[in-house]
Design a protein around this ligand. Structure first.
Ligand code: ADP
Length: 510
């Protein structure tokens, strides 16, 4: 009877059963095989003797037989799962197996459909192997890029320094022109080195974004100052609109945001001969903790065609060779910007038409200060304690024989605020302030050593700390600290040390 059902089934679907790539095996409630297609016979290495083998000998993990009962592992009951099939000679191969039970008039018949997945597994293994090889190849490449660019920096800085020295000697006009050209070439080389270093950092996932408070309006001003000379040199008009509802104090990576904006801005200037450059910043959304900003950099320059647009954000891509020769660049700027924007939970896009100009836009999510903190800044209690501390610093410095400057007093107040040092009583004021003075001196000292030893990661950390210690809106001083951070991030030894000296001079001389 049972055999009849299997045969009925096979004869009904004979064509289908015989032509499939799957092994189809029918078995009864004792696990005895009643029928199967020729694919099963062929794959499992049996002949007619397959009918003497119980199903649980072929799929040992899918079936078991005990207490006169065939048990089916639930994983395979009407579901496909991976298991091992054993051949007659006890070699085995991986399969995707599904088991179905057909009950007809009290009789029991089970059907296994299984497919040999050795090829699939092999292909999967190969893809995995290739992926691993590609990953290690990329890692070696990125490390190579990072090392070589690092090595290039020393001679580039040397050439730059020596050209500066040469410029100070007496040169005839053609010699002076040649030295100027050397300097310009060196500058271009430095830009390429920095792009490559950033690219290597991003590719190696070594780019960590800071989460620090900064003044958004200062950042925008910095971008304008930085690009203004070239904009006016080219006779372009600059329009800047920053929406009023954006709070000034934001939390995020100020330097990386500056880098993205500078890259888009300098491209806009580079590729625009006449007309204007506009920067628009609007708020798209705000929650208790975050604000989402949308930036647009609009130019009236050479534009980009639709086909070229697709390649834009890929590494080392420049839309055409003749543009590279005319304008220079590494083709990494937009790829780096894209990664940075994505790291700031945003997206970047371009809208452009050949000869009609381009609009690059991006969004970023930044932190905002909790309301309570904003209010705390205005608390008169905090303000009086500030003055109180400053008065004591004056006394303290005087007693040490120094004359404190107003700026110095501000810095110390800021240190106390940043380090959250509370002054408990009159006696502890002296100690606290002494500590604050030491914090500044020591941090600058440590930073100098780190730069000299080229320990850049640590130097970057210290430069950030110094930036935090210096209050905003200190004019040249704030700019210098910002420049110092950029120089340290770009691992520029000479510029970093020169800036430290300038900062020290202002601090001591006022
Ligand atoms: P590069 O450092 O070479 O400028 P980018 O990744 O910043 O690299 O830019 C890649 C290419 O995209 C540029 O070489 C240029 O062809 C095109 N491009 C970028 N910005 C603009 C723009 N504002 N107008 C026209 N073309 C642009």
């Amino acid at each position: 009877m049972k055999l009849l059902i299997a045969q009925k089934f096979v004869s009904k679907y004979k064509l289908l059963v015989e032509n499939t790539q799957e092994m189809i095996i029918f078995f009864d409630s004792d696990g005895k095989i009643n029928d199967c297609n020729s694919k099963a016979i062929q794959e499992l290495g049996y002949g007619e003797d397959i009918f003497c083998v119980p199903i649980y000998e072929i799929f040992k993990k899918a079936f078991s037989y005990g207490s006169n009962k065939l048990e089916i592992n639930a994983k395979f009951n009407n579901k496909v799962d991976e298991t091992i099939a054993y051949r007659k000679n006890q070699t085995c191969f991986p399969t995707d197996l599904k088991v179905a039970i057909i009950n007809e008039k009290k009789s029991y018949i089970g059907v296994c459909s299984a497919i040999n997945i050795s090829d699939k597994k092999e292909a999967f293994r190969e893809v995995k192997l290739m992926k691993n090889e590609l990953r290690s190849f990329n890692q070696v490449r990125n490390e190579f890029v990072a090392n070589i660019t690092h090595e290039l920096r020393t001679p580039a800085n040397g050439i730059m320094g020596l050209s500066d020295n040469l410029m100070e000697t007496e040169l005839n006009p053609s010699q002076a022109e040649a030295v100027k050209l050397i300097k310009r070439c060196c500058n271009n080389m430095n830009i390429i080195i920095n792009d490559l270093l950033d690219f290597a950092k991003i590719s190696n996932n070594k780019m960590i974004l800071e989460q620090r408070e900064f003044s958004f309006r200062n950042l925008i001003q910095h971008i304008i100052d930085f690009n203004n000379i070239r904009i006016s040199e080219k006779g372009l008009k600059l329009i800047v609109n920053v929406s009023n509802d954006i709070p000034d104090k934001l939390i995020g990576d100020e330097l990386r945001l500056t880098q993205v904006l500078n890259n888009l801005f300098s491209n806009a200037v580079k590729f625009t001969a006449t007309g204007q450059i506009a920067l628009e910043v609007i708020k798209i959304s705000q929650t208790e903790d975050f604000i989402e900003l949308f930036f647009m950099i609009i130019d009236t320059g050479i534009g980009i065609s639709i086909e070229e647009k697709d390649k834009l954000f890929q590494s080392f891509s420049q839309v055409d060779g003749s543009i590279t020769r005319r304008f220079g660049g590494t083709g990494l700027g937009l790829a780096i910007s894209k990664k940075l924007v994505e790291a700031m939970n945003g997206t970047i896009a371009v809208d452009s038409e050949k000869s009609k100009g381009s609009t690059f836009s991006f969004s970023v999510r930044l932190g905002i200060l909790p309301i309570s903190n904003k209010e705390a800044v205005n608390l008169s209690e905090g303000y009086t304690s500030h003055i109180y501390i400053n008065e004591n610093v004056k006394t303290l410095r005087k007693s040490r024989g120094d004359t404190p400057t107003v700026k110095e007093l501000n810095y110390i107040g800021q240190v106390l605020k940043e380090a959250n040092i509370k002054v408990q009583d009159d006696k502890s004021v002296k100690n606290t302030v002494e500590k604050a003075l030491n914090v500044i001196d020591e941090t600058i000292e440590k930073l100098t050593i780190c730069i000299e030893m080229e320990s850049w990661d640590k130097a970057e950390e210290l430069a950030y700390y110094i930036k935090k210690l210096i209050p905003a809106e200190q004019g040249e001083m704030t700019k210098n600290v910002f420049r110092l951070l950029l120089a340290v991030r770009k691992e520029n030894h000479d510029v970093s040390l020169a800036l430290i000296n300038e900062i020290k001079a202002v601090m001591i001389e006022g």
